[in-house]
Each structure stands twice: as C-alpha cells, then as structure tokens.
Design a protein around this ligand. Structure first.
Ligand code: G
Ligand code: G
Ligand code: MN
Ligand code: NA
Length: 254
C-alpha cells in the first residue's frame, strides 16, 4: 500500500517524464517518427529506467494508470506541435499487457485522441508479442477494434516469444519490430542473420513494414540495408532523449 501511495504521489508531482527515441528511414536517413519511453525522475535526483519499475507496476496494477498518463502526455505533445503549425511524424506508445485487458482500453485511447484532436495515424500503438499468449481471442478483438478506429498496431519484440508466427497468423498487425538482440555476436555460421533476412522477406510478402530496433553498430546497419529492412531505431542513430532534444533534432534535419 505504501508503494502505491508513493506512485500516486509521483504521478501527481509529474515525476514521470517522456523520453523520445527517433526512428529512421534507412533509405534517406531521415527521422520518420519516434517511440515514447517513460522515465521516473526522482526529486532527489536521478532517472530510473522503466526496466526497473514497469515489472513492479505490472504486478500491482499501477501500470494502467501510468500507461494512460503517458498516452495523455503524448497526445498533449502532438497537439502542441500541431498548434505550432508543424507536421509531426507519428509517435508510438507502449501498451502493457495489463492495460490490454482493461475493458475500456479502446474507449480510453479514442477518448484521448478526440479530446486533443489528434489524427489517429499520429498515435501508434506498440504491443509486445508475448502479451498475446494469455487470451489471444480477447486480444485479437481489441486489436481489431483499435485498427477499425484508425490506429496502427506495431508488434514489439517480434521473434522473442514462443508464438511469433502464430500471432502473426491470427492478428493482422500493421508493423513488425524486430529486436537486434536477435543477432548474436558469437554466431559464426550466420544462422541468426539468415533468420533475420528471412523474417524481413516474409514481412515483405505480407506487406508489413519492418523496424529493426536495438541497432548499435555500423555492420548491423549495412546488413539491414542489404536485406531490405526499411526502418531502424537504436543507439547507433540516437538514444532515447528528452522532448526538447528531439524537437531540436527534428528541426535541424528538416
Ligand atoms: O527505455 P527502456 O529500454 O529502459 O525501456 C524498458 C522497457 O520498458 C521496454 O520494454 C519498454 O517497452 C517499456 N516501457 C517504456 N515506456 C513504457 C510505457 O510508457 N508503458 C509501458 N507499458 N512500457 C514502457
Ligand atoms: O520493449 P521495447 O522495445 O519497447 O523497449 C525498447 C527498449 O530498448 C528501451 O528500453 C530502449 O531504451 C532500449 N533500446 C533502444 N535502442 C537500443 C539499443 O540500440 N541498444 C540497446 N541495448 N537497447 C536499446
Ligand atoms: Mn516498444
Ligand atoms: Na521492442
């Protein structure tokens, strides 16, 4: 209970801040969007990364509140850019597996984009692949409702779970995100490279854009280019950054 009060307090005090990690188009090296990644800025200093607190929040249910908070902040951000006359690229937010089972999820997201007058193609939704396993039927239904409402669904961490292909068969997601952790450095025979190349090819057959994430090295970029992967995200290009830094970066590049 104490930790719950602590988190409520943190929400009220706006200790959760949005960071943005740019996504790039490999074809022209331009920024084509960003992913929102939340950070917890403690008043006594220091940033806590979500890897530490999201799993806790998923267990105690607080994640639904935090997710909603992040989506609303993101809508405000987009609304601000639009009001300034900018033509923002889409921004994606993460949806926790817990938020996914909120029966009012679709209403909540539609309500936010309506309230802030955000064109729905500007708010993209990232769902981790492993979330599908618990109740695939309910999730499929929710996904399809969101898509009908005009939102794109990005399948996060594709290939990391146990049922990637199964999920892909059942749900017509809009974008695949593949993690480069997939490519191990110790792989002498290039097995994982071959698998990655095949996934990109499969995605093309399915008419699905692919974003490679976790791109850290030049050789990975060259490889991705050679197999026709179109979009990238990762430390090699840019780390997650405060909103003001992202705005600066985007205005410089244009
Ligand atoms: O930024 P970092 O790599 O530390 O993020 C760690 C994990 O936290 C990632 O799996 C990411 O998807 C998740 N995450 C980041 N921000 C959010 C958020 O706003 N909501 C949810 N549910 N997960 C998030
Ligand atoms: O699960 P999800 O894909 O939403 O999480 C993205 C996480 O990956 C974030 O925590 C982000 O900080 C991290 N990340 C982004 N780019 C890189 C990268 O190039 N290398 C590594 N190791 N992590 C990255
Ligand atoms: Mn993500
Ligand atoms: Na991911």
């Amino acid at each position: 209970q104490q930790i719950v009060n602590h988190m409520r307090h943190a929400l009220d005090e706006e200790e959760f801040v949005l960071y943005l990690q740019p996504k790039y188009s490999l074809q022209d090296n331009r920024i084509c969007g960003a992913e929102v990644l939340v950070r917890w800025a403690k008043p006594e200093g220091g940033m806590i990364s979500p890897g530490e607190f999201i799993p806790v929040f998923e267990r105690n249910g607080f994640i639904t509140k935090l997710d909603y908070y992040v989506w609303e902040k993101t809508c405000k951000l987009l609304a601000g850019w639009i009001a300034e006359g900018k033509k923002p690229s889409p921004v994606s937010v993460n949806i926790s597996r817990v938020s996914l089972y909120n029966p009012r999820l679709v209403e909540a997201i539609c309500g936010l984009t309506d309230r802030y007058h955000i064109p729905r193609e500007l708010l993209e939704l990232e769902l981790t692949e492993s979330a599908y396993t618990t109740n695939p039927k309910a999730i499929k239904e929710t996904m399809e409702r969101l898509q009908k409402e005009g939102f794109s669904i990005l399948m996060d961490d594709f290939g990391s779970g146990y049922s990637s292909l199964n999920v892909l068969k059942d749900i017509a997601v809009d974008v695949l995100k593949i993690d480069m952790k997939f490519l191990s450095d110790t792989d002498q025979e290039g097995r994982s490279q071959n698998i990655l190349a095949s996934v990109v090819r499969m995605a093309k057959w399915l008419n699905l854009p692919v974003i490679a994430e976790g791109v850290e090295r030049r050789e990975q970029v060259d490889f991705l280019h050679s197999v026709g992967c179109e979009y990238v995200q990762g430390f090699y290009f840019a780390r997650p950054m405060p909103v003001s830094d992202y705005e600066k970066l985007v205005s410089e590049k244009k």
